[in-house]
Design a protein around this ligand. Structure first.
Ligand code: ATP
Ligand code: AMP
Ligand code: MG
Length: 202
């Protein structure tokens, strides 16, 4: 476990479940309580390198790149995130990412040994919602985000189960806690409160 003053967390959940939205609200709520939270998005690091190299134009194309390219981008992102986590002076450092990525090659872990040991989180939050809600949220974002890998509510449900299991498997590698957080429709605040309470207890 990390012996640093900064509390480290990873937030995962399937595409469209609401990770980025919950985290935006968490920063605001924590800020009002005088808690400084830094959130970084793992995909931003990968997309920056991929777009600078002219490989892709949109973040949702990352999953379609050849696996060996994704692996290299993933490794580089993990190293950079570790550097940034050590440099900053925040109370809490959070990584917005994925425990399982639905790639062209098949399901691929977002937090394999070399990634999770670079970040060394105290806790992994798994954001979940009803499969029907995720389906609706994805439909709302059509044209902005391209989350078409799971075609039906049944496939979303199955992917959510696999992603939860992948998060648990990754947490075992670093002895991190795993907290399942429900992001119910119109209830982002409840998810935020649950995460904040948990962070205060690290
Ligand atoms: P990705 O992994 O693809 O980045 P994400 O998990 O970060 O996805 P968001 O972009 O935060 O997902 O949210 C997806 C959509 O769902 C957005 O349109 C957002 O406004 C909406 N949303 C998020 N949480 C809720 C909620 N509790 N109730 C209703 N809508 C929500
Ligand atoms: P996001 O905006 O969080 O969906 O991130 C954009 C994309 O970045 C994802 O669809 C993945 O292709 C990629 N990505 C994010 N986190 C990881 C990770 N830990 N491992 C591999 N790819 C990731
Ligand atoms: Mg997001």
């Amino acid at each position: 476990m990390p012996d640093r003053v900064t509390k480290i967390a990873i937030v995962v959940g399937i595409p469209g479940v609401g990770k980025t939205t919950v985290l935006k609200n968490l920063i605001e709520k924590a800020g009002k309580e005088g808690i400084k939270i830094k959130v970084v998005n793992f995909g931003d690091y990968m997309f920056k390198e991929a777009s600078e190299k002219g490989l892709i134009k949109h973040r949702d194309e990352l999953r379609k790149l050849p696996l060996h390219v994704q692996i290299r981008l993933q490794e580089n992102a993990a190293k950079k995130i570790r550097e940034d986590a050590e440099r900053g002076k925040h109370d809490v450092f959070i990584v917005d990412t994925h425990s399982l990525v639905h790639t062209v090659t098949g399901f691929w872990p977002g937090l394999p040994l070399h990634v999770i040991t670079n970040i060394r989180p105290h806790v992994v939050f798994v954001i979940e919602a009803l499969p029907e809600e995720v389906f609706k949220r994805r439909r709302k974002d059509l044209g902005i985000r391209f989350r078409e890998e799971e075609k039906s509510i049944e496939e979303i449900k199955e992917f959510m189960t696999m992603a939860r299991n992948a998060a648990l498997s990754s947490a075992v590698l670093t002895g991190s806690a795993v907290k399942i957080v429900l992001n119910r429709e119109g209830k982002v605040k409840e998810a935020v409160d649950e995460i904040l309470k948990c962070l205060k207890n690290i």
